[in-house]
Every structure is written in structure tokens, then in C-alpha cells.
Design a protein around this ligand. Sequence first.
Ligand code: ZN
Length: 246
Amino acid sequence: MRWLILSDIHGNLEALEAALASAAGQYDRVACLGDVVGYGADPNAVTDWVRAHAAATVRGNHDRASTGDAVLEWFNPAAQASAVWTRHELTPENLAYLQGLPAGPLDLDGFELVHGSPADEDDYLIQIADAEPLAQRLNRPVTFFGHTHVQGGFYYEQGRVRRLARVGSNSRELALEISDRAGYLVNPGSVGQPRDNDWRAAYVLYEPEARLVMYRRVEYDLAAAQDKIRQAGLPGVLADRLAVGM
Ligand code: ZN
């Protein structure tokens, strides 16, 4: 079984379409790590696609904030504005779908999905110190997480936590071989709003039988996604940041 792992699509249809085009024919099933909506101008189109195609999806904080869960006060003004806008845009079917998404961890075909962390869906795993306390909470050899919008993650070997690399700026993919002597927290990066200084859409292909994670980056129609954000009346910063990947 070959899995396409998507996270933090954030209503960016152009980025999602580019990711899917570049992965076409290379996966059997899709898993999604949440934040389907929020920030981007196409919440319905991306939710339609996830509803139709993802075999498993966990909820993200923006999915909750955009569908009525009272976490808006945690958000900065631009994120709040986009959550309110998204809530008004979503069709009743998509609103109900996002409201019904489960919190992680979600146990799949020998691996797990979480939005933020195995300990708490809202935690950000940014530094090695954030990942260190989780060694005992990894129930599977590989756990996929998102939320930080930073491709890479962490691995645990012989009592130490180290950082996993991401695709370099001059490259399009990076293979990671899964060792049976280590545990892995893998972040595919964000499809629709990367924050690792690389504007390209990020995702992962995972083949458990081959013990292979393939990190990918792909260019997308950035100008079209930015224009839609501005034309929707969403805060301009949400368009600007896409160009720098921050
Ligand atoms: Zn997110």
C-alpha cells in the first residue's frame, strides 16, 4: 500500500492541485493531518476533495475554529478573520464534515496520524526539546504530524532524538529509509501555507512495506492563490506570506 500524506492544505486549491498532479499514479490511498481550511480562499473546493478522496483525516485547530469551536481567541487577527470568513463560506455539507473529523491519534495501517503531537493535538513540535518527552508515546514505528508547517520531523534512536532533514531548495524530493531500530515523527510539511522558508507545496509519499518515506516539494500557481485571497477580502498578509514560505 502506498500512501499520500497531506497536511495543512489551508484552503489553497492551487497548491493541492499541484501536489496531486506531481504524485499522480504514485499512491493508493490518502491520509490527511488536518487544517483542511483556514487562511486560503478555496475552503469548499479543498474540503470537497478531501471528503471524496481521503481514507483517513484528523481535525486541525483551523478546522475547529472555522466550524464553530470556541478557540478563536487563540488566533492572531488575520487567522481570526479567515476563520470567520471560512465559516460563512463553507457549505452545510462541508461544515458538518469538518465538525465531525476525529481528534488524533488515528491508528492506521501500522502508523499513526496526529495534527500537532501524539500528546495533544494543539501542541507544536518545533524544537528537539519539544519532541524528547514523546518517546514513550509513540505506539507505532512512524507517526505523521503537521501543525508547524515545517517539513521534516524527528527520529528516536538509542535514547536520543535527532532532527529529520527536509527537501533542499535546489531539490524536489528527499528519501528517508525507515530503520527498525528507530521511531519516527514525520512532518510532511504544509501543502497550502509552508513556513520553512520554501514557498513550494510540501507533502510525503509513504510506502510501509518498502520502509520508505519520500518528502516532496512542488511549485504551484502562487499568483492565482494570492489573487483569490485578495479578491475574497481576506487579510493581505495571508497572500504575501505564501510567496516567502513563512
Ligand atoms: Zn495549519
